[in-house]
Design a protein around this ligand. Structure first.
Ligand SMILES: [Zn+2]
Length: 537
């Protein structure tokens, strides 16, 4: 060791080692603790750093450039100043703003202060599996074992992480706020099922996400680690005008348990789920390389998550996308009971139809039909499940969808792609069923981005082993579920009388493209004769 002492680099290594010992002894206070460290193999040429406002070692001594801080209220400290004075000023700013003294651009696997809590995805025992930790709270940031953002209050928040950032920036929220989970335990029991310990079956959600604060209460309490649920379970009542009509028409008979009364009010158990991706598993599901997946996620989120590139030791990612909600009718325990019948509707969001009753597609009619059939199955002693995914417009988004529609049908119900931009294009054209998918593909470049490959995870999590009645015509959903080893015994079409006239374009196009039907599948020529209503009509 002494023989190396001539080397300045090894001297600074010693300093860093001493510093890490100090940290272990609890000398580090709150604040970010990653030490600045230069790693060559990273693409951005700019300085990468991290640090703590309590860090005694000046950045300059470690050969680092300090990265200027963002607080906008004061004049920037960078520019002509020396790194030291910039750092000092940044520390001051940090105290005022609640942010750490320097921006942490990214972290590296062996960086001092970075000690991720072990996470063994697919381990059957939750203690062995470990918690998913993504919070940037000062007590937790060095222990993170997942890439992504956390957000208040319920789960990690998915796409709402942007609002979380706003809440912090506007000082309406303290990054170090620790949630109080008193009385928030799940309102129904579920699992554990053998599927939870199979890293090939569940790759897009955390099977222990509903129990995290309780399973890891010791870690939260003793190590002050911020661990949050990614799943929440509650019981609720729901009331839909169509179901009141169903009762009036005699299709649905109130039983006081599932369908409570003559107004069609329903009792339901709800499971809200935020996405948690195990990256090797997601890559495998799509048959791609994990590195390619990481790079694409990094580059096409505007470089939002550099740890996707620098932290190959971290295999978990909380993507900023919408999650899903399970609505279970009847006893939730029956979902996983092979002896009980199960009816299932997997529905992808279509706000225009689901909420606002647009008649251009079959989304709300199919959703209501799915709920009604699920309720009947539960009333007959089985289980009825409706799963609602936030994937507006075939996951192309509402602007693309409306464009297509302004040409017309809706993407979400059919499994191919049509959106409002798509809708516009349809309505300005002749809105023929034969052009439905072409329209979408012309605008979006793909027919569908819903990627049903990840959808069956929720079925595995619910312990579902077979589906007696699948309330969907989508070939993509069907193939994804069956491909995951869950057989579908019967596929149930949306009855003709529930299809709005103007949505024939969508449904006929989907059927010709491969959607399930027990009826007639039109030829391309026949499809050309199916036309939607023009705007003026
Ligand atoms: Zn729709």
């Amino acid at each position: 060791m002494a023989s190396d002492s001539a080397s300045g680099a090894s001297m600074s290594d010693v300093l860093e080692a001493l510093k890490s010992i100090q940290q272990v002894q609890g000398q580090m206070q709150k604040g970010v603790e990653s030490l600045t460290q230069r790693v060559n193999q990273i693409s951005p040429p700019s300085p990468d750093l991290a640090d703590s406002k309590t860090s005694p070692a000046p950045a300059a001594a470690r050969g680092l450039t300090s990265s200027p801080l963002p607080p906008p209220a004061t004049e920037p400290a960078e520019g002509a100043e020396t790194p030291m004075s910039a750092a000092a000023r940044a520390a001051l700013e940090a105290q005022k703003s609640g942010f750490t003294s320097r921006i942490i651009l990214t972290t590296y696997p062996k960086q001092i202060g970075i000690n991720p809590i072990p996470l063994n995805w697919g381990a059957a025992d939750p203690k062995e599996r470990g918690p998913v930790v993504v919070s940037r709270a000062s007590s937790t940031i060095g222990k993170r074992n997942a890439v992504g953002d956390s957000s208040f209050p319920a789960a990690h928040g998915g796409s709402y992480s942007i609002y979380f950032a706003l809440a912090l920036a506007s000082k309406q929220l303290d990054i170090n706020h620790m949630p109080d989970f008193t009385n928030t335990e799940p309102a129904a029991n579920i699992g554990p099922f053998p599927q939870w310990g199979d890293k090939k079956k569940i790759v897009a959600m955390d099977p222990w996400g509903h129990l995290a604060p309780w399973l890891f209460a010791d870690t939260i309490k003793n190590e002050n680690v911020d661990i949050r649920p990614t799943i929440a379970i509650t019981k609720a009542h729901m009331k839909l005008p169509e179901l009141e009509e169903s009762v009036r028409a005699g299709r649905l008979v109130p039983d006081g348990k599932v369908c409570l009364n003559a107004s069609g009010e329903l009792a339901v158990t709800k499971f809200a789920v935020e996405p948690v991706w195990y990256l090797p598993g997601v890559a495998e599901r799509f048959g791609i390389d994990e590195g390619v997946l990481r790079r694409s996620l990094f580059e096409h989120t505007g470089g939002s998550y550099p740890e996707l590139i620098t932290r190959n030791d971290i295999k978990t990612f909380l993507p900023p996308i919408g999650g899903l909600t399970v609505y279970c009718f009847g006893d939730p325990a029956k979902m996983s009971d092979e002896k009980s019948r199960l009816a299932l509707r997997v529905h992808d969001e279509c706000n225009g139809s689901d909420v606002f009753g647009s008649d251009i597609c079959t989304c709300r009619p199919y959703l209501i039909f799915g709920i009604e059939e699920a309720v009947k199955e539960a009333q007959n002693g089985g289980s009825g499940v409706v799963i609602y995914f936030r994937k507006e417009g075939r996951a192309l988004g509402e602007v693309t969808k409306v464009s297509l529609l302004s040409s017309k049908p809706c993407l979400a119900a059919l499994g191919s792609v049509i959106s409002p931009v798509v809708y516009n294009a349809r309505k300005r054209g002749e809105d023929r069923a034969s052009d439905y998918f072409k329209r979408t593909e012309n605008i979006a470049g793909v027919k569908d981005m819903r990627f049903q490959a990840l959808m069956p995870d929720i079925l595995h999590w619910l312990g579902i082993q077979k589906i007696d009645r699948m309330l969907s015509m989508s070939n993509m959903k069907h193939d994804a579920i069956v491909g995951q080893g869950i057989p579908i015994h019967e596929r149930v079409e949306l009855p003709n009388e529930l299809i709005p006239d103007d949505s024939r374009v969508e449904i006929d196009a989907k059927i010709t493209a491969g959607y399930f039907t027990s009826g007639h599948r039109m030829t391309e020529d026949e499809l050309k004769a199916v036309q939607g209503r023009m705007w003026e009509e």
